[in-house]
Design a protein. Structure first.
Length: 188
């Protein structure tokens, strides 16, 4: 994959891709006899954890935005900024690890054995390009934690990035599960 910037996708998977997905439907996954022994459960657990971590990061920045500049500069809140920055760095590390593994191992193998889903994997890979660009932007902001608090524009920009990340992860990971989980249940 090249590192060109791709705009985040705002819409769910197109119907022509959805029509090619394998069964069972999402509401039947946990009842499938292979759910507990396949990679499906682990994938969903990992996705839940990453989405929760992104939601917490966004929520902490929302809290920070609600504070006045004077409140942000108290000793307790300077400590909070350090904690938020560390949380953001951990989130980025976990996301890079997760989608790097998918790009290098999961997607190529599944694409090879399930060519009918190639267009779906194309969408997921484009999402990863958009995610890489957003993670790079967030990483640049994290370099400035905790001194970021003195610049309201930077706090707002960081908050916007966190909101974009949370939205992108939610949509992307749900679509990824719709494509991959049935394969795990049926074939792995």
């Amino acid at each position: 994959m090249n590192r060109k910037t791709v705009a985040p996708r705002r819409h769910p998977l197109p119907e022509d891709i959805r029509d090619r997905l394998y069964s069972p439907e999402r509401d039947q996954w946990q009842d499938h006899p292979h759910y507990l022994i396949s990679n499906a459960r682990a994938l969903q657990r990992n996705h839940r954890n990453l989405k929760r971590q992104a939601r917490q990061y966004h929520g902490a920045l929302t809290h920070l935005l609600e504070l006045s500049e004077t409140e942000r500069n108290t000793q307790a809140n300077r400590q909070l900024l350090t904690t938020i920055g560390n949380h953001g760095k951990s989130l980025l590390k976990n996301l890079h690890s997760h989608h790097g593994f998918e790009d290098s191992s999961v997607f190529p193998v599944l694409r090879q054995y399930h060519p009918r889903l190639a267009a779906g994997f194309d969408v997921l890979e484009k999402d990863h390009l958009a995610l890489d660009a957003l993670l790079d932007d967030i990483e640049q902001q994290l370099v400035e934690f905790p001194s970021l608090a003195t610049n309201p524009w930077k706090v707002e920009n960081t908050h916007r990035q966190a909101a974009g990340l949370e939205a992108l992860l939610h949509r992307h990971m749900n679509d990824e599960e719709d494509i991959i989980v049935p394969i795990y249940l049926l074939y792995m």
